[in-house]
Every structure is written in structure tokens, then in C-alpha cells.
Design a protein around this ligand. Structure first.
Ligand SMILES: NC(=O)c1ccc[n+]([C@@H]2O[C@H](COP(=O)([O-])OP(=O)(O)OC[C@H]3O[C@@H](n4cnc5c(N)ncnc54)[C@H](O)[C@@H]3O)[C@@H](O)[C@H]2O)c1
Length: 342
């Protein structure tokens, strides 16, 4: 089998997770990288022994790629995915899928029109803890979900924002703690509950980060059509990155995520839990946060398998769109101070 020819746009923080994962997958070669900052593009091209470009359109037009990875600021995901799909390339984008629901719909539509495989990174769904909770919920053993809550209390300093030329802005990041940090936890909770959302009632505010415009706290309720209410609380002005928490109160027990550890406590006393396998480690190089773990590699490998087999990827555009709509609904509710039906 010929290996997939991969090009990656954006040589910033998350780039190594994609480049190293692509190479380790056994299915792909990184043949081109692109960044508007030449020093970054050149450095990664040297590391990965490939070509580099400063213009993503030129890379897509000239590098004879099969797959494009999009690892750029949020507002660029939609135009880059659309351009790549129109050129007949399979595309995998980082979270969030886009800034707006309109863009997300267009990304799906253009991918379908051009017959390409479109995937969205939400790597935490590949962690053993969430996988355990999902399989126990799907088996019916836990019964119906009666209520849910989640919290994300992390630390993003003023320096984190002042160092970036796109974070902290509505136009380029699309929001703050919700669309960037808490989206992983909101995605997991929504995916585990797996019901249609009825309405969202939320509050957003900027309490401590006066250098930026976007929210650093979001809290509220997501009410599902079944009547289940899930409450969420997300801040990024805590004193460290505490473990994220998700709890689903179910008819036959409680399903919990604490950090990456998933635990089910059945009402009859049985307890099962699953944690990340610490023996599974990958050297992604310097500066890569250890909590990103190895699940990028799992998702990227599985995505390539979908490309090769022409099958639906585990997290496709439609699936990611549900989380995009959820986040957009939270922002609309928070900005308008109204209950928003999604
Ligand atoms: N899945 C995760 O856990 C996770 C973790 C971190 C970041 N991310 C996501 O990855 C994406 C990138 O985040 P980051 O932290 O790496 O950002 P970053 O700012 O470190 O890197 C973005 C790179 O894109 C480049 N870029 C900007 N405009 C460009 C253009 N027009 N053409 C080519 N390159 C361009 C920038 O120069 C920069 O090098 C975001 O969507 C972010 O949310 C995901």
C-alpha cells in the first residue's frame, strides 16, 4: 500500500502531536508543512525531512497531498478545510471545528460534495476512562441518565494571552474558556449522554483577564429533550489546572470522570474503573504538555484507516457539529441573557 501523503498547516503548539502521530501510524508520510511564520515552517520541515510552504493554498495546490491536517487558529479552520476539500483532499481539523455553526455546516457540505473524509479532533474520547463510561451506558447496565454535571477549573495567565496573536479575541478564537479549554469536557459529557439538546440557559463573563475580550467563566444548564438537565461550570482563572470532573447520575449507579480516570459505582456496590495506561507513552518532543497524552495518535491512526477504507471516521463533521451547536448555544444564551433552543 502506498502511504498517504500528509501536509500539516500550522506549526505551533499542537503540531508535534499531529506530525509524530502521522509518522508513527504506519499509514502516512508527512511530506509538507506550512506556517506563515517561516522560522516555524522551516524548523519543522527540517525535523520531518519534508518541504515547507508559507501559503496553505500553494501547499494544497502543489504538494500532491492525500490528507491535510489543520492546526491553526480557530477562525482559519473553516476556510482551510473548505479549500482543501474543494481540492479533493481529505481533511482532519483540530477542535473546535469552527467558530460558527454556519461555517461548520459549510465544512460538512463541501466535504460531502467533494467526496472527501472529514474528521475533527476530540482526542479525549479515545481515553480508556470515557470509553468505559460510554460502553457501560450503551450496554444499558446503568439505566437512564437522570442528571449530569461537569466542571473545568484551569489556569490561563495573562501571559498565556499576551503571548498569542489570536487567543482572547472573539474574531480569531471565537470565545475563551468555553470554546478553547472546556470544549473537550462539554464534548465528552454530550457524547456520553447522547441525547438531543432542548435548550441552554447560560451565563458568561470576563472576571479576571482584563487584557482580553472573551469570557473566562461560563456556567449554566443544558436541558436535553428527555428532560435530563446537565449543569456545567468552567473557569480559567484557577491557580492550577485541576482535574476535570464529569458526573452522570444514572438509574443504576453513578458514572464519573475525574481527570482521565473513569469510575462506575453501581447501586449494588460493584465498582469498575479505568485509567490511562501509563506504559503507553510517546515522545512528542520538547514543550508538549503531558496531559495531551497519546490519544491524538489513536484518533489520527483511526482517521487514516477511515480514509483508506472509505468509511465514516469515528468523529466526523456531523458528530462534531453537535458539540459546535452546544457551544454556540451557550454563547448565544450568555450574550443575550435568554434561554436558547438549539
Ligand atoms: N486537541 C487538543 O487538546 C489541543 C491542544 C492545543 C491546541 N489545540 C488546537 O490546535 C489549534 C492550534 O492551536 P495551537 O495552540 O497550536 O496554536 P499556535 O498559535 O501555537 O499555532 C498556530 C500556528 O498557526 C500558524 N498560522 C496562523 N495563520 C496561518 C495561516 N494563514 N497559514 C498557515 N499557518 C498559520 C501560526 O503562525 C502558528 O504557528 C487550535 O485549534 C487549538 O484549539 C488542540
Amino acid at each position: 500500500m502506498n502511504k498517504l501523503r500528509v501536509g500539516i498547516i500550522g506549526c505551533g503548539n499542537i503540531f508535534p502531536m499531529h506530525a509524530v502521530s502521522a509518522e508513527l501510524s504506519g499509514y502516512a508520510d508527512v511530506v509538507a508543512v506550512c506556517d506563515v511564520k517561516e522560522d516555524r515552517a522551516k524548523r519543522e520541515a527540517e525535523r520531518h525531512n519534508c518541504d515547507y510552504y508559507l501559503d496553505y493554498k500553494q501547499m494544497i495546490d502543489e504538494a500532491n497531498l492525500d490528507v491535510v491536517h489543520v492546526c491553526t487558529p480557530h477562525y482559519l479552520h473553516a476556510p482551510m478545510v473548505v479549500y482543501a476539500a474543494q481540492a479533493g483532499k481529505h481533511v482532519l481539523t483540530e477542535k473546535p471545528m469552527s467558530i460558527t455553526v454556519e461555517d461548520a455546516n459549510r465544512m460538512i457540505q463541501v466535504s460531502e460534495e467533494n467526496g472527501v473524509t472529514f474528521g475533527v479532533i476530540f482526542q479525549n474520547r479515545y481515553n480508556p476512562g470515557p470509553q468505559l463510561l460510554k460502553s457501560e451506558l450503551e450496554s444499558g447496565k446503568l439505566g437512564r441518565v437522570l442528571g449530569a454535571r461537569c466542571s473545568v477549573t484551569w489556569m490561563r495567565t495573562d501571559e498565556y494571552y499576551s503571548k498569542s496573536d489570536w487567543k482572547g479575541t472573539w474574531e480569531k478564537e471565537g470565545g475563551g474558556v468555553l470554546i478553547d479549554q472546556a470544549i473537550h469536557t462539554l464534548d465528552l459529557m454530550r457524547w456520553l449522554i447522547n441525547e438531543e439538546v432542548d435548550y441552554i440557559d447560560a451565563h458568561i463573563e470576563n472576571r479576571t483577564h482584563h487584557l482580553i475580550d472573551v469570557e473566562d467563566i461560563g456556567e449554566g444548564v443544558i436541558t436535553f429533550k428527555s428532560g435530563v438537565t446537565a449543569s456545567f461550570y468552567a473557569i480559567n482563572y484557577y491557580s492550577y489546572d485541576a482535574q476535570v470532573e464529569i458526573e452522570l447520575h444514572c438509574e443504576n449507579g453513578i458514572a464519573r470522570m475525574y481527570g482521565s480516570k473513569g469510575t462506575i459505582q453501581y447501586n449494588d456496590g460493584a465498582v469498575i474503573s479505568r485509567e490511562n495506561d501509563l506504559s503507553e507513552s510517546i515522545d512528542f518532543g520538547e514543550g508538549v504538555k503531558s496531559y495531551w497524552g497519546v490519544s491524538h495518535s489513536k484518533q489520527i491512526k483511526a482517521y487514516y484507516e477511515s480514509v483508506i477504507n472509505s468509511s465514516k471516521p469515528f468523529i466526523d463533521g456531523y458528530d462534531a457539529l453537535k458539540t459546535q451547536k452546544l457551544v454556540a448555544g451557550i454563547y448565544e444564551s450568555g450574550k443575550t441573557h435568554t434561554r436558547v433552543h438549539v
